[in-house]
Design a protein around this ligand. Structure first.
Ligand SMILES: [Zn+2]
Length: 489
């Protein structure tokens, strides 16, 4: 690492700090949740607006901004490069997840408080997108030789389905030779597990004494709550002394059973508790401590319904796919995981959604689908539908990856290694696609009491980034881009 570079990069960032923060704020002020169903095609008014704001920032530097059908924008520092296939593409996205509830600050009126910039998208992914733009500007201002031509790409539907990048693929837009995705964490992520979402249904209707059945909050998280209502026929007393995650109430001719779990993202289900599993296991008498509940419900439930509950309990009992009989693992990405995420009943047919993250080495969905279908046949269940994304993997020994790892380790004084993740980014859709940043760990924590617990993270309420730390992350990005100009590929 060249110390001269580094000092001048730091000085440059100090000079530009105010302007950089103002740019992030400008983008964060726009509610750009992608709305594919909107009349404004393809992704709604918010995405249109954020696109034109970003292009304006680029044009202020004299850069060229190309829009691909209002789905992805490409920024080039020189007009003459805009039609060339870039050597390196830097990727981010300008759409955001919905604000959600319980913000202490305002999601679309960004402010700095106690050294933290707060607003929807400051981390994911508007902050990193702005960093990438200023990184190009810094390389240019410091006259760092650009042997490899770098372009910036920003998508507008990352959070909902990545139809933005898919559109480029379908229209044969050439991708850069190497692709760095600033939507992960430092250092380098070179692989992503496969993601498969399946809906499993019982073949036979539930008995008519099941009045309602529901559970879960989102398709990609462990169910935090589940509930059923059963017609009250039993003379057995309403059970008492049940586990604290189980609530049973009666009235108006019915018994309501509600379970609580501990929700976690489906990519990291370790140490979670699944409310759907608990509901089925408690109602079918397969969980110790809940026998009295089962006795109370047994009179109202037909044997076929109890069996189905027991079978669903078995399928959802284990986060490593043992229930579905698809347990697997590989060396680079670890164990297959599976979580029951949603529960519903329609026309008396019960169905459960499972979110599965499978090892990179499996390569594709097909063998899993066959195995799951076999398991379901044994339980008299069926696979209603499935969808997903195949794993992504890029060579770990690529000279650019090695270069990025060296820069990172020199910058941080660590001896870290590249890693794989269970989440999904653009990287899996791009040739030679790597996650690189933009998050650098460890991060400064917010002062005690500033946010309620659970706030401050990427998809959470009060999304926040420490400004000094953001500058450090930006310095690492600029330095990395300067260093990788020395690599041959
Ligand atoms: Zn993101």
């Amino acid at each position: 690492m060249n110390q001269y570079y580094f000092n001048s990069i730091e000085k440059w960032i100090e000079q530009y700090e105010e302007r950089i923060i103002a740019s992030v704020k400008r983008l964060v002020s726009i509610n750009s949740v992608a709305e594919p169903e909107s009349d404004v095609k393809p992704y709604g008014q918010g995405c249109r607006k954020v696109q034109s704001e970003f292009c304006q920032l680029a044009k202020d530097f004299g850069y060229t901004c190309t829009s691909y059908d209002d789905r992805v924008i490409r920024v080039d520092t020189r007009q003459s490069d805009a039609n060339r296939r870039p050597d390196i593409g830097i990727w981010g996205h300008l759409d955001v997840v919905p604000a959600g509830h319980d913000w202490k600050y305002k999601p679309f009126a960004p402010v700095i408080d106690k050294g933290f910039l707060i607003g929807r998208g400051v981390r994911d992914d508007k902050g990193p997108a702005v960093a990438a733009l200023y990184a190009l500007k810094c390389l240019q201002d410091l006259r760092i030789e650009q042997k490899h031509h770098i372009s910036l790409y920003l998508g507008l539907e990352e959070e909902k389905g990545m139809s933005d990048v898919l559109w480029l693929k379908e229209h044969d837009i050439p991708f850069p030779k190497m692709n760095l995705v600033l939507d992960s964490r430092y250092p380098v992520c070179y692989g992503e597990k496969g993601i498969l979402s399946i809906v499993v249904g019982g073949r036979k209707p539930l008995c008519e004494n099941v009045l309602s059945l529901s559970g879960g909050e989102s398709e990609n998280s462990v169910a935090g709550r589940a509930r059923m209502e059963i017609r009250a026929l039993s003379h057995a007393p309403i059970p008492e002394a049940l586990p604290d995650w189980l609530a049973v109430t009666s009235g108006a001719g019915k018994i309501a059973v509600e379970t609580q779990g501990l929700s976690k993202h489906a990519a990291h289900p370790e140490n979670s508790e699944n409310a759907i599993y608990r509901l089925f296991a408690a109602a079918s008498g397969t969980l110790p401590g809940c026998e009295s509940l089962h006795r109370c419900l047994a009179d109202a439930l037909a044997p076929g319904t109890i069996k189905l509950f027991r079978d669903f309990a078995q399928l959802s009992s284990n986060i490593y796919g043992e229930g579905l009989e698809i347990a697997a693992q590989d060396e680079i990405s670890g164990k297959l995981t599976t979580v029951a995420s949603l529960l519903s009943m329609e026309d008396r047919l019960c169905s459960v959604t499972f979110n599965i993250r499978y090892p990179i080495a499996l390569g594709r969905h097909d063998p899993l689908i066959s195995a799951i279908t076999r398991t379901l046949q044994k339980h008299d269940m069926q696979l209603v539908r499935f969808s997903g994304k195949t794993p992504g993997y890029s060579p770990k020994d690529h000279p650019l990856l090695v270069n990025l790892m060296n820069t990172y380790n020199t910058f941080t004084g660590q001896s870290a290694h590249p890693f794989t993740i269970a989440g999904g980014t653009y990287a899996r859709m791009l040739p030679n696609g790597f996650g690189y940043g933009f998050r650098l760990e460890p991060e400064p924590v917010t002062p005690a009491g500033m946010f309620p617990p659970g706030h401050g993270g990427a998809h959470a309420a009060d999304e926040a980034v420490n400004v000094a730390h953001y500058k450090k992350q930006l310095a690492l990005l600029i330095l990395s881009l300067a260093e990788c100009q020395k690599t041959k590929f």
